[in-house]
Write a protein that binds this ligand. Structure first.
Ligand code: DON
Length: 579
């Protein structure tokens, strides 16, 4: 997703132009993938194959999630990683749920003003490019912790496919090549990154060419043999700390030694009889998805219909108010007292509904809390096994290829997750999020995330596994897929492919995917006072699984496949595969 390349069309200013370029595009979607024993949906087809093989060999969904996590670090380097972090929502076959937080932490030497100049203004790019942008990575610790506690296969077994892809190389398809081409100029800035991802002539690898990553193979082999200590206490940490010190970063060996995974209780809520199990702080995802669902539960969404002006109106007003809460109140639970129970309260949702004008757009600046002044890539994958263990993983380097730097000899791309913190209250970050004090930078703190790996259950059984990349839009992407299945009756592929809308309080704009709403609908919304932005580029790459049929109707009728997988049609290299 490249927010910068978006074409901005303001409907309220230029309604004719917007209307001329829009028509509803509820295009037909391909049928979801079917499986009776397991399903793996990831953003890179080779990683999907790895997950399916693990399941076929008798590994459980957690084993497959670990193997896919390592494989994506090799075959999907813009977001798959061992130099970043993420979240895993797990539901075991016996109904136990848990949440693994292996997201980055701020280095011990981090300060709340580290990205500001002497005048107190953010230094352009400081939280995005190079070593100062890097948070202490968590992926290796996370994968190993979850494997030991919930997996069944050995670490060596699960890392082996990733080592093979790195050592022997893999052939790029059209989507892989496009991603390298997009980021070539950025990767060229770091000699170690350029040596891996660009050819000798400085050009990116093209479709049909093979990318070999020997340094990454060596790092993965060391982790396979010695475990996370090879990353956090050994030569890999030393190399990253050395490169960081030499190139303006603040990472220290103690940062790596002190990194610890957190196992947290997921956020849960009910929506029309379904249970949503999703990410707790330090993600805002679960709480904000639940807050929005609680608000729209009071409206007849199914009757209002997918893509109607009324549906967009109530969804946007719920989003607007929920993002105020997100951006002002939430942060790392070790540092901030998060008002999660208030946000999940159905009474609070009713108060929000009561303030929504049925005929007019709300005004974001009227909701300004105290303390405010006025493509990027992540990846999500969903897995379920024969026993019904379900796993949703969203992990990331934050921006595409993270900070764009690799410490010499490691082959490991490092994240730029520090940009997710509030650099200065009121100043927007990469995703345009205007955030407050609760998410200020502090040593060892985790920046607030929007990542929302989610499992929906019905009658105590897994129903849907869903999540997506998309920065601040992850929340609305995930939410809309759930509403499309439950309220609008779409099958899982249609629910994911359907055009998206997004509102995040500030800017006070409804973002609409091009052709996402009909000209009539846009006109109605503009008439209610909305400012609309028709984005030329689509956003998100959701990966979903529906259990018991491809849609609610098929589930009710019976006879559908047990597992139905869908990779977003917006994803160029992904695949859903069942067996
Ligand atoms: O944790 C977050 O909310 C962001 N770092 C996610 C970044 C992301 O989704 C980028 N992908 N498009």
């Amino acid at each position: 997703m490249h927010l910068t390349r978006r074409t901005l069309i303001s409907v309220s200013l230029s309604i004719t132009l917007a209307l001329a370029s829009s028509a509803t595009a509820f295009a037909a979607s391909p049928a979801p993938a079917k499986g009776e024993h397991g399903m793996v949906v990831t953003a890179q087809h080779l990683a999907t194959d790895v997950g399916v093989e693990v399941l076929k060999r008798g590994g459980n969904a957690i084993d497959a999630a670990v193997a896919v996590g390592y494989a994506l670090a090799v075959v999907y380097p813009n977001a798959g990683n061992i130099g970043g972090g993420g979240f895993m929502t797990v539901r075991m076959k016996d109904g136990r749920t848990t949440f693994i937080d292996f997201r980055e932490r701020a280095p011990l030497a981090a300060t709340r003003t580290m990205y500001l100049d002497k005048a107190g203004n953010p230094v352009k790019g400081a939280s995005l490019d190079g070593y100062l942008a890097v948070g202490v990575p968590g992926s290796v610790a996370g994968f190993e912790m979850v494997r030991e506690k919930y997996g069944t296969l050995s670490r060596q077994d699960l890392i082996a496919p990733a080592i093979a892809f790195a050592r022997d190389g893999f052939v790029l398809n059209q989507g892989d090549a496009a991603s390298f081409a997009d980021s070539a100029s950025r990767l060229a800035k770091d000699p170690a990154a350029a040596a891996i991802f660009l050819k000798k002539d400085g050009k990116p690898y093209g479709m049909g060419e093979k990318l070999v990553q020997p340094d990454l193979a060596a790092s993965l082999s060391a982790i396979s043999e010695k475990g996370p200590d090879a990353f956090y206490k050994g030569a890999i940490a030393d190399a990253i700390v050395r490169a960081s010190g030499a190139k303006g970063g603040i990472l220290a060996k103690e940062d790596f030694e002190q990194y610890a995974v957190r196992e947290l209780k997921p956020v849960t809520c009910s929506y029309r009889g379904y249970e949503i199990v999703s990410s707790p702080p330090p993600s805002s995802g679960g709480a904000i998805i639940c807050e929005i669902l609680n608000v729209i539960e009071g409206y007849p969404m199914s009757y209002l219909g997918a893509g109607s002006a009324e549906t967009v109106h109530v969804m946007v007003e719920a989003m607007r108010r929920a993002y105020v809460d997100r951006n002002s109140a939430l942060g790392d639970p070790d540092f901030v007292d998060n008002p999660v129970s208030k946000l999940l309260d159905k009474g609070y949702a009713k108060e929000i509904r009561d303030r929504i004008d049925p005929f007019r757009a709300g005004v974001s600046k009227d909701l300004m809390p105290k303390g405010f002044g006025e493509s990027t890539e992540t990846t999500h994958y969903s897995i379920i096994d024969d026993e019904g263990n379900a796993v949703a993983v969203t992990y990331t380097l934050n921006g595409s290829y993270g900070a764009g730097v690799v410490a010499d000899g490691t082959g490991i791309l490092l994240n730029n997750e520090m940009d997710d913190f509030t650099q200065k209250p009121g100043v927007p970050n990469l995703y345009g999020l205007v955030q407050g004090e609760a998410n200020a930078i502090q040593p060892k703190k985790t920046p607030l995330s929007s990542m929302s790996p989610t499992i929906v259950t019905r009658n105590g059984k897994p129903f849907m596994i869903i999540g997506s990349p998309g920065g601040s839009r992850i929340i609305t992407i995930t939410l809309e897929a759930i509403v499309n299945v439950i309220d609008h009756g779409m099958d899982i592929q249609q629910a994911i492919d359907a055009p998206r809308i997004h509102h995040q309080w500030l800017p006070d704009t409804i973002y609409v995917e091009r052709f996402g709403l009909s000209p009539d609908t846009l006109k109605l919304l503009a008439g209610m006072g909305y400012h609309l932005d028709i984005s030329e580029k689509s956003w998100g790459q959701a990966a979903g699984i529906l259990v018991g049929g491809k849609s609610l109707a098929e589930i009710e009728k019976g006879g559908g496949a047990r597992y139905n997988g869908a990779m977003d049609s917006r994803a160029a290299s992904g695949a859903a595969q069942g067996y």
